[in-house]
Design a protein around this ligand. Structure first.
Ligand SMILES: Cc1ncc(COP(=O)(O)O)c(C=O)c1O
Length: 387
């Protein structure tokens, strides 16, 4: 009998990241000895805080690293609870925290607990591309709403109401500060959105992964406006721990047990070594604030330097470490533009196409998470290239 392999699922047919082409090409050029300035990476250029690394080293030498409570070890949840008091002046009981394998696992768990197949989830375009992938793979329907300067690149109750006119909306997912735009919703606009969703019986999911990295305006957690929202956060960005794959959620009471049950089956527990490091990272404010001050310097440099080179349509950079630039004056196709810039200027950046299927070809994302010297070098190389 001929061997008949099984079939690939329809749900796995999600869009690949076109930006990977730029990454692969940058690596190829570096193999050939070219010096490339990396402004495409969405991660800090420095390691986890020293005390976090030391805590992990000590744990490796002195204890067995094993499974933990599914929701995360108690010292970590206690430190997270203290962190909310210090950062936002909010008391959040440690039992409302669920520690996850990066915020990515948080999305999976939250969506599985809150939604059923076919449910429509509103998100912004431009936006973080994996949202679309996760939502589609779980059998949910991403409803992307184009946002622009008229709403300062954010969702509004009116925009959600429009989406509701086409069919029921079960969830609204917002990142603020956002990737790729770097823009942050002012607290009163965030409150409007949370209140609207609450009145409409829509889950509000707040991706607060770029909290801590805010340069303009006041950051506020969506938790300030309701305890019925889903907060998703991570140690990846402010805490410089992308590779440790560790994050957290704050959940309304009703979702705690469903998420715990799902997490038991899907992940058993988040990685213990990373939990130990993360517990210590929450006590490293000084070191992390120094890293943030470095991003702030990079941001200043680029906000002055990029417009001098003709990149004069930049979105407001309230937070995160991205500058989203309208590059349509250079090329209508940012994928081609970034490839040419990589080859000719030796600067790697991310084309907007993955973030926004409609207008992304007109935009390019520059990350300033690298060193100040790299940012200076990028400006020199771009200047030379653009003549
Ligand atoms: C807006 C946003 N959310 C979530 C993530 C995923 O982060 P992690 O799974 O490392 O916590 C990223 C990563 O770049 C992001 O930009």
């Amino acid at each position: 009998m001929a061997f008949r392999p099984g079939q690939v699922s329809k749900r796995s047919n999600i869009a690949p990241f076109l930006a990977m082409e730029v990454l692969i090409e940058a690596a190829r050029l570096e193999d050939q000895g070219r010096k490339i300035v990396h402004m495409e990476v969405g991660q800090p250029g420095v390691p986890a805080p020293e005390r976090a690394r030391n805590a992990a080293k000590q744990a490796l030498d002195t204890k067995l690293i094993g499974y933990t409570e599914t929701a995360g070890v108690i010292p970590l949840r206690e430190n997270l609870s203290r962190y909310y008091l210090e950062t936002y002046g909010r008391e959040v009981d440690k039992d409302r925290f669920v520690v996850t394998t990066g915020s990515s696992a948080g999305f999976n768990l939250a969506f599985l607990a809150a939604f059923d197949p076919g449910d429509r989830i509103v998100l912004t375009a431009p936006g973080y591309p994996a949202y679309r992938g996760i939502i589609s793979a779980l059998g949910l329907v991403p409803v992307e709403i184009e946002v622009g300067p008229e709403t300062r690149w954010s969702l509004t109750p009116e925009l959600i109401a429009k989406a509701q006119a086409d069919g029921p909306v079960k969830g609204v997912l917002v990142a603020s500060p956002a990737n790729p735009t770097g823009t942050m919703m002012p607290p009163e606009k965030l409150e409007e959105l949370v209140t609207y969703c609450g009145e409409e019986g829509i889950w509000f999911i707040s991706d607060e992964i770029y909290h801590g990295l805010v340069y303009e305006g006041r950051q506020e957690t969506a938790l300030a406006y309701s305890d019925q929202v889903i907060i998703i956060n991570s140690f990846s960005k402010y805490f410089c721990m992308t590779g440790w794959r560790i994050g957290w959620m704050i959940l309304p009471e009703v979702l705690l047990r469903p998420v715990e049950r799902l997490a038991q089956s899907l992940y058993i527990s988040p990685p213990e070594l990373s939990q130990i490091a993360a517990t210590a990272a929450l006590e490293c404010r000084d070191e992390l604030e120094a890293v943030k001050a470095g991003y702030a310097r990079n941001r200043e440099l680029l906000l002055k330097g990029l417009p001098e080179l003709g990149f004069n349509k930049l979105l407001p950079v309230d937070g995160a470490f991205y500058i989203y630039a309208d590059t349509s004056a250079f090329s209508p196709n940012s994928l081609e533009f970034t490839k040419t810039m990589l080859h000719e200027a030796g600067v790697a950046a991310t084309p907007g196409v993955d973030f926004d299927p409609v207008h992304g070809a007109e935009f390019t994302r520059f990350s300033f998470a690298g060193s100040y010297e790299d940012m200076e070098q990028a400006l020199v190389q771009l200047k030379h290239w653009l003549g």
